[in-house]
Design a protein around this ligand. Structure first.
Ligand code: GLA
Length: 691
């Protein structure tokens, strides 16, 4: 018998196997004592057998094997180069291990295949990264390769995964466990609004702040498949891998992307904090880089670029507190609308007769840095680039267009060279420190080479221009995953600048993303994507929950709106350093109208609560809001930052409306803080400081 274990202070993962067969996860959860006898554990893990079953229970291994009467989905589906199915049978070959890593190698001598599973546990973030690879001596065809398979708990009634659409990303979907499969397959060729690649499996009774939870995220930008399957014997398996059939060519080497997994005994927040910290401290480039306040001109001018107008807007934006000006779509080719010119990455001399320099100089003179928009992987049929290179396009010529555009085949070296040269030329000839990298349509076919091509281009640009920061945008949040975040420092979470929608999207996205990488802008008074109008206070505070920016024509703001925006921006700047590394903790609200979170500093010395009111409440008076992760015996000064926003219909003489208060962590966590009455579409902001 072989056994292996990986530990952090938050969890233990135990794998085991008999007679050189594929390893199984036999335990995953709260830390086990060092002295635990893993051989005994394996014995204890074994299921009984009764009538109607095989004589031994089939093993739920890290790569379930189609030749062992496994009654569920196998971990590998392959064929030889001629398409004849291959049923591999793996046996243990070797391993390498350290305190925090484990690699297990299995071989199939009949087919000359090698399968390697790699695990790594991060002792600080508690995230387990796992991936699998398959090598063959001959070209083979891959239909499906799962990252190492994890079991899901049986004391769990439901699972959460994520759906979404343009302007409404990160919708949490609850599905009860039942016999058979819950499958999500994203065949759009990008991470997608529709299928954020993640699964959360709570044990019964879990909330944001308490309970045991297992969470998974698959870091891949090319479309994935997830299988959550309950087997006939009650066992449950979780598989994640690249979308089936996305390897279009026979090859001798295949690998999965990384599956990030974590167990938490502290509710959904335990998983969220692990993922947030892992993204911030392990994944993004330059995590410590200060976060400047953005101004983005998209919703101010769209394609109507004029240097004088943009300069005036830049002056206003800087006066409001912006520190980085991002020139969005419309600066290149003859891009007067979205029907043409994608791919023609040359400055439009009609709009910019002297190039971008005069605008950039003006932006710099206002004390701001300059960023620019690209959508490199795309081309409009109506573009010089397409006319010169119709063969660069991915998919058929008569494919359905998306936003009047097609996708360039990123696997072609000529495409890579062209895009690198054009982007590099722009970065070399202009003082640009930021790229908003967009991707506004799905692929005509699902193709892993396309994703690898994009990664290669981003990697090359990152090496050549290490100081340029890149944001991942894809019609808002269509390409958010941990692998794109290895190459980018910020995500454009959604094209919705409607503060109410944003509040909800941000709340769910925080299960995976730290505030520092999550862009959030104050939009126009009347939202361009929902038609709703919101008060500047609500818009500003929702943006201040994440990486703050503005995205409206600042000339529309009244003096009062300008003042509020300046004040909230000043507050954000004063707090951004500690908030950059704060944990975002979702609060369990007793009022279904309140969407609340607590951002707690790493050292626990301060926190801010954002309590957004997304609807009118059922009851007349506000219910107390319980805080979390404070020190029970410690005292905290609590101050309602925006108490001046109290409406005159809030008539009670609550202390919190007039003065800071001192309360214990015990009171704040057990009873909760009672906030003043407020209208829907408003936000209370509460600052806490430990005494
Ligand atoms: C996408 C982005 C927007 C904007 C436009 C420009 O929709 O998500 O923020 O950049 O493209 O065309």
């Amino acid at each position: 018998m072989q056994t292996w274990r990986l530990d952090s202070t938050a969890q233990t993962l135990v794998l085991a196997s008999k007679r050189g067969r594929m390893a199984q996860v036999i335990y995953w959860g709260n830390p086990l004592p060092k002295a635990e006898d893993l051989q005994a554990l394996f014995g204890a893990h074994t299921l009984d057998v009764t009538g109607g079953m095989l004589d031994k229970p089939p093993e739920l291994s890290i790569c379930p094997d189609a030749r062992q009467t496994f009654p569920g989905q196998p971990g590998i589906v392959i064929a030889d180069a001629n398409g004849k199915p291959m049923l591999p049978r793996f046996a243990y070959v070797s391993e390498t291990r350290s305190e925090t890593t484990l690699s297990l190698t299995y071989g199939d001598p009949d087919h000359d295949l090698t399968y390697i599973a790699h695990f790594e546990i991060d002792r600080e973030t508690h995230v387990i990264s796992a991936r699998a690879s398959l090598n063959s001596s001959q070209d083979i065809r891959l239909h499906w390769l799962s990252a190492p398979v994890f079991p899901a708990p049986q004391l769990s009634d439901e699972m959460y995964d994520f759906a979404g659409r343009w302007c409404d990303e990160f919708q949490m979907v609850t599905t009860p466990w039942s016999a058979g499969i819950r499958m999500r397959e994203n065949r759009t060729g990008r991470t997608g609004h529709e299928h954020f690649p993640a699964l959360i499996v709570p044990r019964r009774g879990t909330t944001n702040t308490q309970g045991q939870v297992y969470a998974f995220h698959y870091g891949w930008s090319g479309g994935h498949r997830m299988i959550a399957e309950e087997l006939p014997d009650g066992g449950r398996q979780v598989q994640f891998g690249n979308a089936t059939g996305s390897e279009l060519n026979a090859s001798r080497h295949f690998e999965t992307a990384t599956l990030y997994s974590v167990f938490s005994d502290a509710g959904l927040n335990g998983c969220a904090v692990s993922f947030q910290r892992h993204v911030r401290d392990r994944i993004v480039k330059n995590p410590a880089r200060p976060r400047p306040v953005h101004y983005n001109c998209w919703e101010a001018v769209y394609f109507d670029h004029d240097v004088d107008q943009l300069s005036e807007i830049a002056t206003h934006a800087a006066a409001l507190g912006a520190e980085r000006f991002v020139l969005d779509d419309g600066w290149f080719g003859v891009r007067d609308d979205d029907t043409c010119a994608l791919g023609d990455w040359f400055v439009d001399t009609r709009k910019y007769p002297n190039g971008l320099k005069p605008l950039i100089d003006h932006v710099h003179a206002q004390g701001m840095t300059f960023g620019i928009w690209f959508e490199p992987e795309m081309v409009n049929p109506n573009s010089d680039t397409f006319r010169a290179h119709p063969d660069w396009v991915l998919g058929d010529m008569d494919q359905i267009l998306g936003r009047q555009q097609m996708v360039l085949n990123m696997a072609l070296p000529a495409v890579q060279e062209y895009l690198f040269d054009r982007i590099a030329a722009m970065l070399q000839s202009n003082e640009i420190e930021y790229i908003k990298w967009d991707h506004n349509r799905v692929l005509p076919i699902v193709d892993a080479d396309q994703t690898r091509g994009t990664y290669a281009l981003l990697d090359r640009l990152n090496v050549t221009f290490p100081d340029v920061e890149i944001e991942s945008c894809s019609s808002g949040g269509g390409r958010i995953d941990f692998e794109i975040l290895h190459r980018t420092g910020r995500v454009w979470l959604s094209d919705s600048n409607d503060a109410l929608e944003r509040l909800k999207i941000q709340h769910n996205a925080a299960l995976f993303l730290p505030g520092a990488v999550t862009g959030s802008h104050v939009g126009p008074r009347k939202s361009h994507t929902s038609g709703r109008s919101h008060d500047i206070r609500f818009r500003a505070w929702v943006a201040a929950q994440r990486h703050m920016g503005f995205e409206m024509d600042p000339r529309e703001l009244t003096p009062d709106e300008q003042q509020v925006l300046r004040d909230v921006t000043t507050w954000w700047k004063e707090n951004r350093d500690w908030m950059r590394t704060a944990d975002i903790l979702r609060l369990d609200s007793a009022d279904r109208a309140i969407i609340a979170e607590q951002q707690l500093s790493q050292n626990g010395a301060q926190f801010v609560v954002f309590a957004g009111k997304a609807d009118t409440s059922n009851q007349i008076a506000p219910r107390p809001l319980r805080l979390t992760k404070l020190v029970t015996d410690a005292l905290y000064t609590i101050e309602l930052v925006n108490r001046a926003d109290a409406h005159h219909l809030s008539r009670g003489d609550q202390l919190i409306k007039t003065t800071p208060m001192t309360l214990s962590g015990g009171y704040l966590m057990n009873h909760g803080i009672t906030l003043p009455w407020s209208f829907p579409d408003s936000m209370w902001v509460l600052k806490g400081t430990k005494l």
